[in-house]
Design a protein. Structure first.
Length: 282
């Protein structure tokens, strides 16, 4: 039995050794495989980290590019606004220049024709001044004043031109009533008198306009009274017109001179025309 036991033991020991060797070999293979898997995982991890860093870099570059685009867009918008303002200013300057050129041309044409005796020559001087002022401030001169708010340059220019060429009033002054009465008497016929009365008539105008035009009121009222039949016409329509103005409208001096008269007629006419066109604009 001892011999059999020895053989069995030897056989078992051999099998055990063989099994241990096989197990050892399997463990070594498993370790090798684990090492390979670990290396693969490490490579994969590194790849993922690289991919993450690449994505982060792309995001950062994209953000930088987006910020650059936003900044560029803001700069372009600001530049467009500046250019727009410059264009608007340039257009305004061009428009102002156009209006001024037109006003210069109209004033020169109107006054030159009057000085050359081509307009209003058969009318008394007082009526010439009133009609000349109305013609000037019905032209581009009025548009210039409306757009630029400059109410001095062309008014003073017209006043100077009229005074320089006028000798009807003494430089030392004259009676306004006498001046008005001489004027209507100088009218050649009754038809011309009625025509002038119609052109310069002011009594039918709204009171808010009449109160601002006392000189135009006395001129128009003088003509209106002068056209009445002789049996009811005042002996001195000019003086009567002044009395009506002082009682109904405003105090007006009974004496005048060339500078005062021309300045008053030009200023009243210009202001009246400017007020009318300003009211029409609203």
């Amino acid at each position: 039995m001892d011999g059999s036991d020895n053989k069995r033991r030897l056989l078992l020991d051999g099998n055990l050794i063989a099994g241990q060797e096989a197990l050892h070999q399997w463990i070594e293979e498993l370790v090798d495989k684990l090492q390979i898997s670990q290396a693969a995982l490490k490579v994969t991890q590194n790849s993922l980290l690289e991919a993450r860093n690449a994505i982060r870099n792309l995001q950062q570059r994209g953000q930088i590019q987006e910020e650059a685009l936003i900044q560029l867009s803001n700069q372009l918008y600001s530049l467009a606004q500046q250019v727009g303002i410059q264009i608007t200013n340039l257009e305004a300057r061009v428009r102002q220049l156009e209006v001024r050129v037109a006003a210069n041309e109209d004033l020169d044409k109107i006054v030159t024709a009057w000085l050359a005796g081509q307009t209003y020559t058969h009318l008394p001087w007082v009526m010439q001044v009133a009609l000349l002022a109305r013609e000037v401030f019905s032209s581009s001169v009025l548009m210039y004043e409306l757009e630029t708010k400059d109410t001095k340059v062309y008014r003073q220019s017209l006043i100077n031109k009229i005074i320089a060429s006028s000798k009807e009033i003494s430089p030392h002054g004259d009676s306004l009533g006498d001046l008005l009465d001489r004027s209507w008497k100088q009218t050649k016929n009754n038809d011309d008198l009625k025509l002038l009365a119609g052109l310069l008539e002011v009594r039918s105008l709204p009171m808010q306009r009449v109160v601002n035009t006392p000189y135009l009121f006395v001129i128009g009222t003088t003509l209106e009274l002068a056209t009445l039949p002789e049996d009811v016409r005042p002996l001195q329509p000019g003086r009567s017109a002044i009395a009506l103005c002082r009682s109904q409208i405003d105090t007006i001096d009974r004496t005048t001179d060339a500078s005062r008269f021309v300045t008053a007629v030009v200023e009243e006419t210009a202001n009246d025309c400017l007020a009318m066109i300003s009211n029409q604009s609203f």
